[in-house]
Design a protein around this ligand. Structure first.
Ligand code: GLN
Length: 542
């Protein structure tokens, strides 16, 4: 390993086998939380084998939510889990894709960095992968531990360079500095009443063919793994019995760290890596989980959006409701309402009985009119309303049309010829033609206006929230909207951009241009979600 990449950091590489969707992201996040609870500084990196430079240009149905970091990277949704579990903010360095790695290497080749040489997967691509991992390790001083999750399943063609790179790191840094954790499945076959270890054996065999011997196996299972089974898995896979860790199906993802701790996961890794640390302090985590297990109230909130068929598209919103429900002693039941089905006549049927409606972010005009109908319904019926990004655009368009009387007012995004473009393209966006990574992205300061509902909720004048959009409220209409009863509770520091819009004459009608769901954590719910759930509860009890 080149000297420039030397670091004191210990690395834990997380791979997955048998099938996808076993919850590698949750397992990696849980391990991160456990190590952090022992006083170590921990961060996590996701390596994605696909060729897109980032998921920013992918359809949510392909990829799920695009998670945006403070520094404006559009990343994999697993970064959301990392942040929620570890309660730290991540950035560009925490996610890399095959596309990004190749882009870097090809740019170097064009510059002439490899003059005379043939550029190859090994060593050039693998070196660039290692460089990315070590750059993260050295950011913010040296992290004690960097966990690296490799996307996909062992055996995929696409992930081979990543596996080769982490194999090399093990060789170069040694067993005291590098550990491999492999997540597999131990399926239960109901017809024979047996749990099967063969898929795990095969998956580990595949990993060993690449040259990686796992130190720890985490086995996803529906039923407890007894000693005998653990021994069998351990023996076939050359892993000590106590390093065969059971990951039993849990009711909540937030139980997973505690389950894995009980199985001794962090202890084994600490010992192998010689990490000096304290006993785990998981009190606040346990307490929050206990609260979740004993919630006494329930409210139903509708999410009215376009991608309701794939809940992963709204991952952070779903989790934000879990967090904010806990502080309100309330289980938030979500009703998924496909905005394409909503019309002025059907809104009451589709939204009947809910105690709040949230309109999330989105792109494209499909379902937009349905969202407008939903806003009109909740505004007129005093049902709590929360609009996020495109949700703010909907709130503004509906208000323009139905309160001010701007006939057919619309967003320039969907109707560039509209007579009343109440939502327009951001100035800085006007010359942009490239699609990837060019939106207004990342955390930006916002001034909360004293006296507003937003101020009551945040309790402070300066906030910092994450953005991902190209369109914004049209400043030209500000006075007219204010006169008609809309209040702009949050503005950019130069007061040019509307960041929050509310209707004071409504029990709870709040919308924001940013994405608060990206900053909610298990033990620290976001104030806007917290207050929205509180309002929904109040509405229900009426
Ligand atoms: N499509 C809208 C825009 O680009 C809203 C984006 C979003 O909801 N994230 O401004």
């Amino acid at each position: 390993m080149p000297r420039s990449l030397k670091t004191k950091t210990k690395f834990i590489f997380f791979t997955g086998g048998v099938v996808s969707s076993l919850g590698k992201g949750i397992a990696a996040s849980s391990l991160g939380r456990l190590l952090k609870a022992r006083g170590l500084s921990v961060t996590i990196m996701k390596l994605d084998p696909y060729i897109n430079v980032d998921p920013g240009t992918m359809n949510p149905y392909q990829h799920g939510e695009v998670y945006v970091t403070d520094d404006g990277a559009e990343t994999d949704l697993d970064l959301g889990h990392y942040e929620r579990f570890l309660d730290i903010s991540m950035g560009k360095l925490n996610n890399a894709t095959t596309g990004q790695i190749y882009e870097k290497v090809i740019a170097r080749e064009r510059r002439g960095d490899y003059l005379g040489g043939t550029v190859q997967v090994i060593p050039h691509i693998t070196d660039a992968i290692k460089e990315g991992i070590c750059t993260l390790a050295k950011s913010d001083g040296d992290w004690d531990v960097v966990i690296v999750e490799i996307g996909g399943t062992v055996g995929d063609i696409e992930s081979q360079p990543f596996l080769e790179a982490i194999r090399q790191m093990g060789l170069e840094l040694g067993q005291r500095n590098v550990a491999y954790v492999h997540l597999t499945l131990v399926p239960y076959i109901p017809t024979s009443g047996e749990m099967k270890t063969k898929p795990t054996q095969h998956s580990v065999k595949e990993l060993r063919e690449i040259g990686i011997q796992p130190d720890v196996l985490i086995c996803r299972t529906e039923h407890n793994l007894d000693k005998k089974l653990k021994h069998k898995i351990g023996m076939f896979c050359s892993v000590p019995d106590n390093a065969v860790i059971e990951a039993i199906d849990a009711e909540s993802i937030y139980e997973v760290p505690l389950n894995l701790e009980r199985e001794g996961l962090s202890k084994i890794l600490i010992k192998q890596l010689g990490l000096k640390c304290s006993k785990p302090d998981l009190d606040d985590w346990k307490q929050t989980l206990e609260q979740w297990q004993n919630l006494t109230n329930e409210v139903e909130i509708a999410i009215c959006g376009k991608y309701t068929g794939l809940h992963d598209s709204y991952k952070s919103i779903i989790e934000s409701f879990v967090h904010s429900g806990i502080v309100n002693d309330t289980r938030v039941k979500l009703r998924w309402v496909n905005s394409e089905k909503v019309t002025e006549n059907k809104a009451d049927k589709l939204l009947e009985g809910v105690s709040g409606v949230l309109i999330p972010g989105g792109f494209g005009d499909r379902g937009f009119e349905g969202k407008i109908a939903a806003v009109q319904y909740v505004r007129e019926n005093n049902i709590p309303f929360f609009g996020i990004c495109l949700g703010l655009h909907c709130a503004v368009v509906e208000f323009g049309r139905n309160i001010i009387g701007l006939k057919n007012a619309n967003s320039f995004e969907f109707a560039p010829r509209t007579k009343y473009p109440v939502i327009v393209l951001l100035d800085e966006q006007k010359k942009i033609t490239k699609k990837g990574g060019t939106m207004r992205l990342g955390a930006m300061p916002c001034h909360i206006q004293p006296g507003s509902k937003a101020y009551k909720i945040y309790g402070q004048e300066l906030i910092n929230e994450r953005h991902r959009h190209r369109y914004e409220f049209n400043d030209m209409y500000k006075k007219q909207f204010e006169k008609a009863g809309m209040r702009f509770g949050g503005l950019s520091p130069d007061h040019k951009l509307v960041e929050m819009a509310e209707i004071p004459d409504h029990p709870w009608f709040v919308s924001c241009q940013f994405h608060p769901e990206l900053k909610s954590r298990f033990t620290k719910p976001h104030p806007l979600f917290r207050d929205f759930v509180k309002a929904a509860l109040a509405y229900k009890s009426k």
